[in-house]
Design a protein around this ligand. Structure first.
Ligand code: MN
Length: 264
């Protein structure tokens, strides 16, 4: 696509409204045997380009785990790029919501400032409405749960995600929670100051109750660009290389197998 990634305000707002109108709902389900998973991109357009081009070359569907804006140098461009591709391939691209797809966090980490300096406050109002239409989780092939943060303490069954609204604690925890090796259940997330940490028992019980195989999530930077937890029941991925002196990875999932591959 050669169209500008920095369109005039009316075109930008129209793009957001078109993306809002094709919402996948809170929980997306797909029957994919082979697919790509990409974690945080945070305004790093090169990362998004790399994986979208790879998915086109290999004719694979792909799912992004959220956090498209804040922090990086090309936040508007990254969002525009991803939404254009989502509109071109609505069935084959899933954009989940991350904790940075929220108004409060955009005010703190830069996207609100970038957007209103280029466009206007009313353009940003379209964004905040659009965020609420993004799915918070996906179940692929009735086996894998994909989510930005991880399982939530109050969430018993995956299908309960359909009924959640943004203000529900479980909805927030899906976006914010982190894994921990130090306690098997749910504990306060002292590092973030919000939401919870989940341990091995919390994950095992959630997977068993929902007859799922594993969880794939983003939200945290690890040196190798990924980290396995809890006997390979949970995979954490980070896709921006060099963000914290780390490698950037995406996952290529093929049935029960997962390959972790370099970005850029
Ligand atoms: Mn995050």
């Amino acid at each position: 696509m050669s169209v500008s990634l920095s369109p005039p305000e009316n075109e930008f707002v129209e793009l957001i409204q078109r993306a809002d109108a094709i919402t996948d709902g809170n929980l997306v389900e797909r029957r994919w045997n082979e697919y790509m998973v990409v974690a945080d991109t945070h305004g790093y357009l090169d990362v998004s380009r790399f994986v979208i081009e790879r998915s086109l070359d290999e004719n694979l569907p792909l799912i992004f785990l959220g956090d498209y804006v804040d922090r990086g140098a090309q936040q508007i461009e990254n969002l525009v790029y991803l939404l254009r591709h989502k509109l071109e391939r609505p069935e084959d691209i899933i954009l989940l919501r991350g904790n940075h797809e929220t108004v409060r966090i955009n005010h703190k980490y830069g996207f609100h400032r970038e957007l209103v300096s280029k466009y206007s406050e009313s353009a940003y109002e379209n964004i905040s409405k659009f965020y609420n239409s993004l799915p918070v989780a996906a179940v692929i092939d009735e086996s894998d749960l994909l989510v930005h943060g991880g399982p939530a303490e109050g969430l018993k069954y995956v299908w309960n995600i359909h009924e959640l609204v943004q203000s529900d604690p479980a909805y927030q925890e899906l976006l914010w929670n982190d894994p921990t090796g130090s306690d098997p259940g749910y504990t306060p997330n002292l590092y973030r100051g919000v939401c919870k940490c989940y341990g091995s028992d919390a994950v095992r019980r959630f997977l068993e109750r929902n007859a799922l195989r594993r969880i794939i999530r983003g939200h945290q930077c690890f040196k190798k660009g990924y980290k396995w937890f809890f006997d390979s029941k949970l995979l954490s991925i980070f896709s921006i290389p060099g963000y914290c002196g780390n490698e950037g990875k995406y996952a290529l999932v093929s049935g029960a197998d997962i390959d972790l591959l370099d970005i850029l």
